[in-house]
Design a protein around this ligand. Structure first.
Ligand code: NAD
Length: 508
């Protein structure tokens, strides 16, 4: 029943055969890029980049607006391709893939000129009288964007937008589970009249991704699992290629006694079931104060039971996109049941469908001894634990080797912020499900095993450029020969500039 399988054609060509998670019907078979083709794509990307780096920021921004127009025009096609490969509800295809893509395009197009223009840097100390400095943002070259299957279009196009604005060319290696959704990015850029080979796609599996890195791109932007992230970090480390890693999570939700219980329950349901739980910042562990526990659990179960799971992309909760993932979900749920968890809703594959549907599930009496509270489940499962204090909730929330996102629910916003600051994650929301990937204003990146570096926001965008200082002066600041006089001048400057605190404030 594998969703994708690798085989070889009669001529020995490696091929990827894909099935629909909705009904396991055959979708298509694709050739995987071989080493020679990857090399050719790399050469074309270098040529395209050598021209693209000479464009003005205005021209790059203009391309982003054309791409935004094409995404809007092609929204149905994008959603169709994504839904064909994932079966996700149309509402999620629109919100996650199309709406977010246009939002990113417009957001970065508006700010790129300001963020990427040369910056004059005011020097401090004696240097301010001698030198001028500017920082110029140079493209890195060819960026390899390697992406997963859960947000197959948005997680591909979002890094591409940022890399292209910085003057790079891009090679996208989408997941083998959703190759055409990632490949749409190349098509969309072509329809927007992007220069030839500026954005290219390589179809293939992990070996294709590994070969792409072996061919020496100038930056790797990776989104995917911790296990692959570690392999990529090792390879990039060996080759000294800059990289960013956006990896998995096991996000915790803390519900305080003074939370709006209905609101928190609805946040728990959306945070856990959106994209059928296949969201890196999905809520995977919930810690609820004992005095509101019963009310919260009842509300969560009631909303869960009202949700529709259907195989027509019209329901609330769609399928798992990959058979390997549904096996993991099932294993985690069964492990929890065997160790004493109580299932209040769902708890098994949905027998009504031939495809990969796991019922929206609510479990209580869960413990940190269970896989479901330790490892990433990435499925439509809500796990709730009762706690007797906020300190206990925080301590349990931080008992994880992941640190991507989290969310805290309370009417006391000061307390909410305090708890959020104490959570060991890359980001945290107060009174909302973890939504930081969608907030373009802020950098997004995990701590602990959840990643290295950031994407998004000004910091993420600048990661696709090399900030190059150019220090300009009329003559050298310290010229040979060293003499007693030059030594005394230096000592004098030390006293004048740093000798008292008032002057330090002025020249520091
Ligand atoms: P994965 O690591 O299996 O694969 C991701 C991509 O890496 C695929 O394109 C794959 O072909 C490629 N790949 C595999 N081995 C490779 C290698 N050795 N060298 C180069 N490329 C290689 O991950 P997945 O199962 O596709 O995605 C699910 C994971 O992604 C989950 O853990 C999820 O939490 C995480 N994720 C993280 C974020 C984030 O922003 N932090 C966002 C979405 C998903």
């Amino acid at each position: 029943m594998a969703i994708f399988s690798i085989s070889h054609s009669e001529s020995g060509r490696k091929q990827l055969s894909l099935k629909s998670p909705v009904d396991l019907s055959h979708i298509d078979t694709y050739d995987c890029a071989n080493s020679d083709e990857i090399s050719a794509v790399m050469t074309q990307a270098k040529i395209a980049q050598s021209k693209w780096k000479q464009t003005t920021l205005k021209e790059r921004v203009e391309l982003m607006h054309r791409v935004a127009d094409v995404v809007i025009q092609q929204q149905d096609r994008i959603m169709d391709v994504v839904m064909r490969e994932t079966g996700k509800p149309v509402q999620e295809a629109m919100a996650m893939e199309v709406f977010s893509a246009v939002d990113s395009l417009v957001f970065y197009a508006k700010r790129a000129e300001k963020w990427l223009s040369d910056k004059k840097i005011k020097m401090h100390g004696p240097m301010r009288f001698l030198k001028k400095t500017i920082i110029t943002y140079k493209p890195r070259g060819v960026v390899a964007v390697i992406t997963p299957w859960n947000g197959p279009f948005i997680l591909s196009i979002n890094p591409v937008i940022q890399a292209i604005l910085c003057g790079n060319s891009v090679i996208v290696k989408p997941s083998e589970v959703t190759p055409m959704s990632g490949a749409m990015v190349q098509e969309i850029f072509a329809l927007a009249d992007a220069p030839m080979h500026l954005v290219q796609t390589l179809i293939g599996d992990g070996e294709t991704g590994a070969e792409l890195i072996s061919q020496g791109p100038d930056k790797v932007s990776f989104t995917g699992s911790v296990a692959t992230g570690k392999k990529i970090a090792a390879k990039c480390g060996e080759m000294l290629i800059p990289f960013s890693l956006e990896l998995g999570g096991k996000d915790a939700m803390i519900v305080c006694s003074d939370a709006d219980v209905k609101d928190a329950a609805s946040g728990a349901v959306v945070g856990s079931f959106m994209n059928a739980g296949q969201y890196c910042c999905g809520t995977e562990r919930i810690y609820v104060m004992s005095d509101i526990y019963d009310e919260f659990v009842a509300e969560v179960v009631s909303i869960t039971k009202s949700l529709v799971q259907s195989n027509d992309c019209k329901g609330d909760v769609g399928p798992t996109f990959w058979d390997k993932q549904i096996d993991i979900i099932e294993d985690h749920v069964n492990d929890a049941i065997a160790k004493g968890a109580t299932v209040l809703a769902g708890g098994k594959r949905n027998p009504a469908f031939a495809g990969l549907y796991f019922e929206p599930t609510v479990m209580t009496e869960v413990t940190h001894e269970m896989k479901i509270m330790k490892d990433e489940t990435f499925g439509p499962v809500i796990c709730i634990m009762k706690v007797s204090s906020e300190d206990e909730a925080l301590s349990l929330a931080n008992q994880s080797h992941y640190g991507l996102n989290g969310n805290v629910w309370t009417k006391d916003l000061v307390k909410g912020q305090k708890l959020a600051r104490s959570i060991e994650t890359g980001a945290c929301s107060v009174n909302d499900m973890a939504m930081s990937y969608g907030v373009n204003e802020v950098p997004f990146g995990g701590v602990k095993n959840s990643g290295l570096g950031v994407v998004n926001g000004k910091e993420g965008l600048l990661g696709y450029a090399h900030a190059m200082p150019i220090i300009i002066g009329k003559k050298s600041a310290s010229a040979y020969p060293y003499t007693d006089k030059s030594f005394e001048q230096l000592q004098g400057a030390l006293k004048i500039f740093w000798g008292n605190r008032i002057v330090r404030k002025i020249f520091g």
